[in-house]
Design a protein around this ligand. Sequence first.
Ligand code: DHB
Length: 338
Amino acid sequence: MLSVIITTLNFQGNSKLDMPSPDISTQIAGIPLDNCLYNASGAWCTSEQELTDLAQSAAGAYIAKSTTIAYRAGNPKPRYVETDWGTINSMGLANGGFDFYLSFAREKAQQLGKPFFMSVAGLTLENNLDMLRRLAQVDEVAGVELNLSCPNLPGKPQTAYDFQRTEEVLHKVFKFYKRPIGVKLPPYFDIIHFERMAEILNSYPLQFVTCINSIGNGLVIDIDKEAVVIKPKGGFGGIGGDFVKPTSLANVRKFYELLKPEIQVIGCGGVKSGQDAFEHILCGAQAVQIGSCLMKEGASCFDRISSELRALMLEKGYQSLDDFRGKLKVNTDEEKGY
Ligand code: DHB
C-alpha cells in the first residue's frame, strides 16, 4: 500500500521528472568518458569514415579495428552475417594497418576530441611487441586493448585459451609498457579457467580487461541451401549478438569478482538496449561496448541506448553508475559445495 501511495505521489508531484538526468559518465584507466557506452573493436571502426562516425556519435569513446602491422584485405566475403538471434563473423583481421590508425590518432582523433583507443592484434608476439613499443611513445592514443582472442585466423590459436602463452605475452609487454592498457579476452566457460586467468592477470599492472570477444568457431547453416552462411574457414566464425549475452554477463561477473580492484572490467556482448547495458554494469562493468547492434543500427544506437539506460536509472532512482555497479544480488546462504 505504501509503495502505491509513493508511486502515486511521485507521479502527481512529477518528482522523478524533476530529478536531474542520470549521469552515465565513467572512466577507464582514469580516462574520463562522458558516456559509458562505446563500440566493440571490429564493429564499424575500420575506415576513417567509420571512425569519424563514432567520434561524432553519442559514444563516450571509440576504439579502432584490431590492427596488424600491415594493411590486410581480410577473408573472402560473405564474412559477416546477421541472423534473428545474433551474428557470425570471420573478417580475417581486415584492417588499415598500424600506421593508418596511428595517423588517424595523430591527425584526426585529436581534433575530434573524444578518447580514442587502439586494438592491437599482431600476427606474432614480436609484431605485438613492435606495435606496443611504438605506442608506448604516443600521447594521442588514450589506451590500448591488446587482443588476445581473435578466433578467425586459420592456424593461429586464441592466445588467451593458452595460459602459459598468455603469461609469456604479458611478461614481455609489461617489461616496458607503462601507458593505459587492457586485454580483450575470449569467453570462458569453466570456473577453473576463470580462476587461472584471473590469477595471471592479477600479477600484472594492466588497467582493464574486456569481456568478451565473440564465442569462437560457431557454425550457422542456411537450411534451404543446406550450406554454411559465411565463406571463410568452412563456415566457422565468431558468434556475437543476442545469443551471447548470458555468456558475456557471466564473464564480466566472474572477472569482477576475481580480479584485483585496480583492474576494471569492460562489458561486451549482446548489448542492444539500455537494459542490457544496465545488466552489464550491475555485474560490475566499468563501461560497455556495443558490437552487433552497432553493425545493424549504425552509430545512432549510442543515442538510443544511452537514453534507455538513463530512463531505466531514473525509474529506479539511480543518479550515477556507481549507485548500482557490481551490486548484483545473489543468494548468499547457499552451501559453497561447488
Ligand atoms: C577478427 C575477429 C575478432 O573477434 C577479433 O577479435 C579480431 C579480428 C576478424 O575476424 O577480423
